[in-house]
Write a protein that binds this ligand. Structure first.
Ligand SMILES: [Ca+2]
Ligand SMILES: [Ca+2]
Length: 329
């Protein structure tokens, strides 16, 4: 091999080594960049999670000290629209980001605050006639909801007999057993025979399964029209009730609201010469004990956000709220 040829070969080999090293170093740098990005992503997500948790803490701190004998939609836990010192709207936390605790209200309004569970019909303990009326009102295509309401009752009650008509529906055909116990999550209702997703979609925002026990009451000061109808009031009477509790301005959730109490509600029924059906009389409440908190957070750099939905209820022994359901999105 001549001197030139040998030199040429060394040059080519050197170039190859250089090329390989370059590729390797680019690879390593790229990997490090990815790892840095992942760390940043993780850090932003953790920040968003703790911001959303801060919203939950804020909500609980507002619910706890309030008197819940009577609860209405204009109270600060439900609808805080103060511009000077907002409790729930885009609250800044240090140099991290913001949280907002809010929920959609009727007619496109947004309430900054917390919902009570007592505005919803409780599928763990509402009588089947109440469930029947709610489904028929919200999903009229179903026609008569007697059978589906009975199936819901069969699913949750401990016995295995349908009153007056023999054994309960045998779920072995469906591939899973009937529970004969409380619903743990609202989506579980989809397992009940005849509960089509279309029905569930229409009723979802008006129902709850919390608390499983004791009796979930309906707060007539916060309940929506479908819930009041389910209780056994006719549509015009339910509308009248909502107008009365809304005060002079006819708008729910404003400062002039006039919530009902036991006495004024009894007068309301008596003046109209009506009474509630027997299965509903024990369900009526004027205050609330269980609350649904929806906290949304966002970091200042907008790279991460989080939503927490949780439900709180009274602690069995201490004067505080405890969390009975928690979901992060
Ligand atoms: Ca049963
Ligand atoms: Ca009002």
């Amino acid at each position: 091999m001549s001197f030139e040829k040998e030199n040429g070969a060394i040059l080519i080999i050197t170039l190859w080594i250089l090329a390989i090293l370059t590729i390797l170093s680019v690879g390593v740098a790229g990997r490090m960049g990815l790892e840095l990005k992942l760390t940043g992503f993780y850090r932003d997500n953790m920040k968003a999670l703790y911001l959303a948790k801060a919203g939950v803490e804020r909500a609980i701190s507002v619910i706890e000290p309030e008197d819940h004998a009577i609860d209405s939609l204009n109270e600060r836990w439900s609808n805080n629209s103060e511009e000077q010192s907002p409790l729930f709207k885009e609250i800044k936390v240090a140099d991290v980001g913001t949280f907002t605790v809010s929920y959609p209200f009727t007619e496109g309004r947004v309430f900054y605050g917390i919902q009570d569970e007592e505005r919803r019909i409780n599928f763990n303990n509402a009588p089947k006639d109440v469930i029947k009326r709610l489904i028929e009102y919200l999903h009229p295509e179903v026609g008569d909801a007697t059978e589906i309401a009975a199936l819901i009752e069969d699913w949750r009650d401990t016995d295995t007999i349908r009153e007056g008509s023999g054994p309960e529906y045998d779920y072995s055909i469906e591939g899973y057993p009937r529970k004969d116990s409380y619903f743990d999550a609202v989506e579980e209702i989809l397992l009940v025979k005849d509960m089509a997703p279309e029905i569930f979609n229409d009723i979802e925002d008006y129902i709850t399964v919390y608390p499983a026990k004791p009796v979930g009451k309906l707060n007539i000061n916060t309940a929506s029209l479908p819930s009041l109808y389910a209780l056994g009031l006719s549509e015009p009477i339910a509308q009248e009730l909502i107008l009365l509790r809304s005060g002079e301005d006819d708008i729910d959730g404003t400062s002039d609201d006039a919530p009902f109490n036991q006495g004024t509600f009894e007068t309301f029924l008596k003046d109209r010469d009506i009474s509630l059906p027997p299965e509903s009389t024990g369900l009526v409440a004027f205050g609330s004990e269980y609350f649904r908190i929806k906290s949304y957070s966002e970091t200042y750099n907008k790279r991460a956000h989080k939503t927490i939905v949780c439900i709180t209820g009274p602690h069995p022994s201490e004067q505080k709220q405890e969390i009975i359901f928690w979901k992060e999105q």
